[in-house]
Design a protein around this ligand. Structure first.
Ligand SMILES: Cc1ncc(COP(=O)(O)O)c(C=O)c1O
Length: 391
C-alpha cells in the first residue's frame, strides 16, 4: 500500500508521461470526504482514546451495513480473528479448519489460542475454502471452520454452515478483504456465528490500522466486549472476573471509518467501475485468467485479481510482475500457501496435506492496482503492458 503523492492523485498522463510514466501504486486510500473534518473534531473534543461518539456511531453503522445485531471495533483484523477465537473458547489442542490460500493472520490467530490450523484446499471456482473437502479433515479435535472470503469473493457459506451444523462446529467468516460482498443476496458478516474485518490502509474501507467483528448472538457479543476491554466487570470498576485483552479501537480511527462509511456506496461503485473496465480490457488475452465469480456471488471490489498460465502466455506470473514493475506499475503476488511456510509446514507434512489448487493459484495469481483515483488511462496503460507482454 502506498500513499498516493498529491501531484499524481488524478493520475492523468500529460505529454511528459509518455517519456516517464507516473508510478501506479497497487492501492491507495480514498480520504476525499469528511475524514479530515471528523479526525479534527475528535482531536478538538479531546476524545482520542477508545471512548467517544465516533466509536458508538461506527459500531452501530457497521452492524447495519453487515445486517447484524452488533459490531465491535478492534485495533486490526488480526486481533479481530484472535478475539473471535477467544470468544468461541478455542483452546490448546483444538483444531480449526482454514484455507491455505489466505493471509497468514488467519492461521496465526489459531496459534495464538494454542490451537492448530488444519489446512484445506480451495475451490477453483471461488478461490475460497472448498466445502466438499472439509469433511475429510474433521477429527474429534476439530472445533470450527474459518471461511475466508478471499480477494473479495464470498465463500460458499450455505454448504459450509450445513457441514458445520452436522458436526457441531462453529464458523467464523474472515471478511478482511471483502467488505459488503454478498452471498445469495446477503451481506457477508452476518452469515456465521461471528465475522471479522480489517481496515488496513489497502482495504475498501480503511482507518489505516483497524478492525471489527460482527455478531448476532447477544451472549457472545457481551463475552467479546468483556474480553476486548481487559475482562473488566461492566458494573464493578477494577474488578476483572476473566483474563482479558486491550484490543480496543480509538475514537480517531472510528472518526475516519464514519467518514468512509458515509461514502461506502460511492467508494464501492467507483471500484466496481474499475473492475468492469479491467474485465473488458483483459478479456481474451491468451494465458491471462480472470477471477471466476459464482452465480450466487456479488464480489467486493478489493484488489483486482488475475492468473497467468505460463505456457499459454509465454511468461511466468513473476516475469509479468517484473515487466509491470519496469513500467512503473506496482502489483502483488497471491499469498504464498500457508502450509508451505516455516511456522506450519512440518505439521502440514505430518498430516500429509495435499492442496493442489492452492499451490497452482499461489504461483499463478497477482493483484492489480485498484483504488478510487486510478484513471482510465492508468488502466489502459496496465492492460497494454499485460497484452503486449505475451510471448
Ligand atoms: C484474509 C485476511 N485476514 C486477516 C487479515 C489481517 O488484518 P490486519 O492486517 O488488519 O491485521 C488480512 C490482512 O490484511 C487478510 O487479508
Amino acid at each position: 500500500m502506498h500513499k498516493l503523492p498529491t501531484n499524481v492523485s488524478g493520475g492523468t498522463d500529460g505529454p511528459a508521461a509518455a517519456v516517464s510514466p507516473t508510478f501506479i501504486p497497487v492501492a491507495a486510500p480514498d480520504l476525499s470526504g469528511h475524514e479530515e473534518t471528523y479526525v479534527v473534531q475528535a482531536i478538538r473534543s479531546s476524545w482520542i482514546s477508545s471512548t467517544g461518539p465516533f466509536v458508538q456511531r461506527f459500531e452501530s453503522e457497521f452492524a447495519k451495513l453487515c445486517g447484524t445485531r452488533a459490531s465491535l471495533g478492534v485495533c486490526n483484523g488480526t486481533v479481530a480473528l484472535h478475539l473471535a477465537l477467544l470468544g468461541l473458547d478455542v483452546r490448546p489442542g483444538d483444531e480449526v479448519l482454514v484455507p491455505s490460500l489466505t493471509y497468514i493472520a488467519t492461521a496465526n490467530a489459531v496459534r495464538y489460542v494454542g490451537a492448530e490450523p488444519v489446512f484445506v484446499d480451495v475451490d477453483p471456482t471461488t478461490w475460497c475454502i472448498d466445502p466438499k473437502l472439509l469433511e475429510a479433515s474433521i477429527t474429534p479435535r476439530t472445533k470450527g471452520i474459518i471461511a475466508v472470503h478471499l480477494y473479495g469473493h464470498p465463500a460458499d457459506m450455505d454448504a459450509i454452515n450445513h457441514l458445520a451444523a452436522v458436526h457441531g462446529l462453529w464458523v467464523v467468516e474472515d471478511a478482511a478483504e471483502s467488505h459488503r460482498a454478498r452471498y445469495k443476496g446477503r451481506t457477508v458478516g452476518g452469515l456465521s456465528q461471528v465475522a471479522t474485518f480489517s481496515f488496513y490502509g489497502n482495504k475498501i474501507l480503511t482507518s489505516g490500522e483497524g478492525g471489527a467483528l460482527t455478531v448476532n448472538d447477544r451472549q457472545l457479543e457481551l463475552r467479546l466486549r468483556t474480553l476486548r476491554g481487559q475482562g473488566v466487570d461492566p458494573l464493578r470498576r477494577y474488578y476483572f472476573p476473566v483474563t482479558g485483552y486491550n484490543f480496543r479501537l480509538t475514537n480517531i480511527a472510528c472518526a475516519l471509518l464514519c467518514a468512509q462509511m458515509e461514502r461506502c456506496d460511492a467508494i464501492l461503485s467507483r471500484r466496481n467501475a474499475i473492475f468492469a473496465r479491467y474485465d473488458a480490457l483483459l478479456q481474451g488475452i491468451p494465458g491471462i485468467g480472470l477471477q471466476p465469480v459464482a452465480e450466487w456471488a456479488e464480489r467486493a471490489p478489493w484488489l483486482y485479481s488475475i492468473t497467468v498460465d505460463e505456457k499459454a502466455y509465454g511468461r511466468s506470473r513473476d516475469e509479468l510482475m517484473a515487466l509491470l514493475e519496469q513500467n512503473k506499475v506496482e502489483t502483488r503476488p497471491f499469498f504464498i500457501a500457508l502450509h508451505r511456510l516455516p511456522p506450519f509446514r512440518e505439521e502440514s507434512r505430518r498430516r500429509a496435506e495435499n492442496l493442489p489448487v492452492t499451490d497452482i493459484l499461489s504461483a499463478a495469481g497477482l493483484n492489480l492496482p485498484t483504488y478510487s483515483a486510478l484513471t482510465d488511462n492508468d488502466q489502459e496503460r496496465i492492460a497494454s503492458v499485460i497484452r503486449g507482454g505475451r510471448r
